[in-house]
Design a protein around this ligand. Structure first.
Ligand SMILES: NC(=O)c1ccc[n+]([C@@H]2O[C@H](COP(=O)([O-])OP(=O)(O)OC[C@H]3O[C@@H](n4cnc5c(N)ncnc54)[C@H](O)[C@@H]3O)[C@@H](O)[C@H]2O)c1
Ligand SMILES: N[C@@H](CCO)C(=O)O
Ligand code: NA
Length: 442
């Protein structure tokens, strides 16, 4: 029997696309031997065919028409690696309508159009695979969908953005200026084309939305989440946090109360005890802690961004795509494809802010004069926010002091109200900085 050839088209040959081309070319003989098919990197779509790339690709394989790859009847597997949500959506839907397998690294697309994409795949027999979209090289999608299928998930939290973790680590370890470190993250291929998606927390929110769908079967939009980035964190925050025994990480948190059936998805800089394993995950590495009701806690750590780690995840999806396509042709026994691990129960409601509880770190820049502390304490007392500790130090601006308050357990609504009122106090000179203090189990 002749060996079948499966043809792969790559739409977008930037950081990730070139990584996939490079590693797939190098590993092809091994993969072909294992999979029992021939794999052909048939076509690549680029904006500029003349641009110098780190991989050599024959000009005859390049096109500037990415949709032509999605529509090409001879292409079996389409990798969407252009990013964004417009052309990427068109490529994905065109290919799925033709029953192809689409492999995607695009969490912004999945968050915005996941429901439509999965529905199109179901309707037309296409398949959509997206391991690279969350936590780069860590096989977290597979872990949730396959390895942890026996579980419900009261808590999933972790570091989901490599760029932010790289920036925070460099700021803390080297006292390096924010803009310089961000420039390094861009050069290293970690950052999104629009880096504000990284530093403002949106990228982590897109990934949290994907994980929440897998775990709970509902699409939570970033507008329904608390999303705060890292841009306002200063070296002084690291100093204060360290003095209190904490490190600072940008965490995504997906919390579900199965009794009240409420769900909360959020992204914010968080103070974690220095001894906590996630606090020790540095640089471009991501970490995801998954609490399953059957298995207990499992933890996943690995490179969350960058060319090679991301290519590793895309290639794992291409290998799964081969198996799916062979099943479709009756070459293997068909099995159920699990889209989400969520149980067939009423979908959860989004938890209101007063139900999201925790401890808080609040940094205020205030006039350094008598009566200020008591004015602030009056505001917190009125909102029933109880102060756990106060650190005062001189602020950079003359005549001002930096006040760092930590609170006992309170909730998002009370803190929101507190900040709104503090903002209006004349001695409060700058926008307050609010960080959450983690109360997660290891
Ligand atoms: N870089 C990472 O570490 C990483 C990790 C995980 C996921 N991702 C995701 O992977 C996707 C690609 O990211 P990237 O880092 O490779 O970005 P990139 O900007 O390096 O690559 C995107 C490429 O697509 C090309 N492109 C844009 N429009 C096009 C068009 N109309 N026709 C043909 N080509 C077009 C661009 O010229 C560019 O070369 C994004 O969705 C991103 O979120 C990236
Ligand atoms: N910009 C993303 C890429 C990986 O999704 C990050 O830094 O995590
Ligand atoms: Na992954």
């Amino acid at each position: 029997m002749s060996v079948r050839t499966l043809r792969i088209g790559l739409c977008g040959l930037g950081t990730v696309g070139q990584g996939v081309w490079k590693h797939l070319t190098a590993d092809r003989p091994e993969l072909e031997a294992r999979l029992g098919v021939k794999l052909e990197l048939a076509r690549g779509a680029v904006r500029n065919p003349k641009k110098r790339r780190s991989v050599r690709i024959p000009a005859s394989k390049l096109t500037t028409d990415a949709l032509a790859i999605a529509r090409d009847p001879s292409i079996d597997i389409v990798c969407e690696l252009v990013g964004g949500t417009d052309l990427a959506r068109e490529i994905t839907l065109e290919a799925l309508r033709r029953g192809k397998v689409v492999v995607s690294a695009n969490k912004a697309l999945i968050c915005a159009h996941g429901a439509e994409i999965f529905a199109t795949a179901r309707e037309h027999g296409g398949r959509f695979l997206f391991e690279a979209s969350v936590a780069g090289g860590i096989p977290i999608i597979k872990a949730l969908r396959e390895g942890l299928v026996a579980n419900r998930f009261p808590l999933i939290y972790g570091i989901l953005n490599g760029t932010c973790n790289y920036i925070l680590t460099q700021m803390e370890e080297r006292d390096a200026p924010y803009t310089q470190v961000l420039g390094d993250a861009k050069r290293l291929g970690y950052a999104e084309a629009d880096e504000s998606l990284d530093v403002e927390g949106w990228d982590a929110a897109h990934k949290a939305s994907v994980l929440a769908y897998l775990a709970h079967g509902v699409w939570v939009r970033p507008e329904q989440m608390i999303v705060e980035g890292i841009a306002r964190i200063t070296p002084a925050d690291f100093k204060n946090a360290n003095a209190l025994g904490f490190g600072i990480k940008l965490l995504a948190v997906i919390w579900r109360d199965f009794e009240t059936n409420e769900l909360s998805v959020r992204v914010h800089p968080t103070l974690l005890p220095e001894s906590h394993v996630v606090a020790k995950v540095n640089g471009v590495f991501n970490a995801i802690s998954v609490q399953g009701d059957v298995v207990g806690t499992t933890l996943y750590i690995g490179r969350g961004a960058g060319q090679d780690a991301t290519a590793s995840a895309v290639i794992s999806d291409i290998v799964d795509a081969v198996a799916l396509l062979r099943r479709q042709k009756g070459e293997m026994i068909d099995g159920d494809f699990i889209e989400t691990t969520a149980r067939r129960q009423a979908p959860p409601r989004i938890a209101p802010p007063e139900h999201i509880e925790g401890r808080y770190y609040l940094r205020l820049t205030v006039e350094d004069k008598p009566g200020v502390l008591s004015a602030i304490a009056a505001v917190t007392a009125r909102q029933h926010v109880s102060i756990a500790s106060v650190i005062q130090s001189p602020a950079e601006r003359a005549g001002a002091a930096s006040l760092v308050l930590t609170t006992h357990r309170s909730n998002e609504r009370a803190l929101r109200n507190t900040i709104a009122r503090l903002r209006r106090l004349r001695p409060v000179l700058e926008e307050p900085v609010l960080l959450r203090i983690a109360e997660f189990p290891e």
